[in-house]
Design a protein around this ligand. Sequence first.
Ligand code: FAD
Length: 319
Amino acid sequence: MSKALVFAEGRGEALKEASLEAIGLAAGLADEVVAVAAGPYASRLEGFADRVLLLNDQRLTHPLAMPCARAMAKAFKKESPDLVILSATPFGKEVAPALGALIGLPLMSDITEVRRDGAALTFVKPLYTGKVMGTYRVERTPLLFSVRPKAYPVPKPGKSTATETFSPAFAEGDFRVSLVELAEKEAGEIDVAEADIIVTGGRGMKGPENFALLRELASVLSEKTGAKVAIGASRSAVDEGWIDHSHQVGQTGKIVSPEVYFAIGVSGAMQHLAGMRNSKLIIAVNKDPDAPIFSVADFGVVDDLFKVVPELVKRLKES
Ligand SMILES: Cc1cc2nc3c(=O)[nH]c(=O)nc-3n(C[C@H](O)[C@H](O)[C@H](O)COP(=O)(O)OP(=O)(O)OC[C@H]3O[C@@H](n4cnc5c(N)ncnc54)[C@H](O)[C@@H]3O)c2cc1C
């Protein structure tokens, strides 16, 4: 019987949706799915994992990468899984390499597809900032890999889940890094990494006040579709101080793959494309017909965004 060990990420009561996506993928590849969770959000795994190992340690109220990697390493020893899976979220990207070092396994990072191929697994992952997709066939187990958020859907619950307390011995030094401050995002703001639709503004927005246009578009899209809509930004817009860095998409921002990505007043520099070219549908608005963003766009509007966006909002409201 094959087994997958999945790291479930969350804080307080909130479980990261990306962890459910990873669990759904795990359930398609292994007979048993065991999730490791570090807080009350573990109750949200009910119906998704076969078993939950709940880390019951006050020091993990705000999970930190090193103790989580250690706990996963101890769970790996206890469970002897065939597959060890994490989400390639910013936190998962901290935990996964440390875990690889602790358990002596190479990490296949940020994969977007896994297929079973007899006894082997075939992985697909973006390379060279997403310019090409690499396909790898791996025959050995155990295997450690991380999955790009949004590459897989959230599964439907249906399993009966058994939760057990897990109290691994941490090593001296695992808590050398401590949380100093937690700066909450504005209430109700959706993270670009978790959004179904992203409305991104670039330098073409001309100033912070004009992001109100994008917020209006996001709001009507959310109202009409029920999807989670986030505001994204190019690095230029962030560097200008128009919007917080947490919205930045690209090589030095977040890597996203939403259902729909609007690039508005964004030229499409390679560092920006690196973060969004794997979006399922890309819609670009730019007054320059030669802007590189059009080379990756499925739909493009060559016009002034200050004409196009209000018109789009108006039409959506009427629809
Ligand atoms: C190491 C490194 C890392 C980087 N990381 C990132 C990253 O993570 N993310 C990122 O985005 N960039 C990143 N960059 C910067 C990147 O190279 C570009 O400079 C940046 O993406 C450009 O942002 P932009 O498209 O908003 O601005 P611009 O390139 O100035 O483009 C603005 C666009 O708006 C259009 N426009 C202007 N007015 C209008 C209008 N009224 N209507 C319609 N269109 C209009 C213009 O035609 C133009 O195409 C990085 C650069 C380096 C060197």
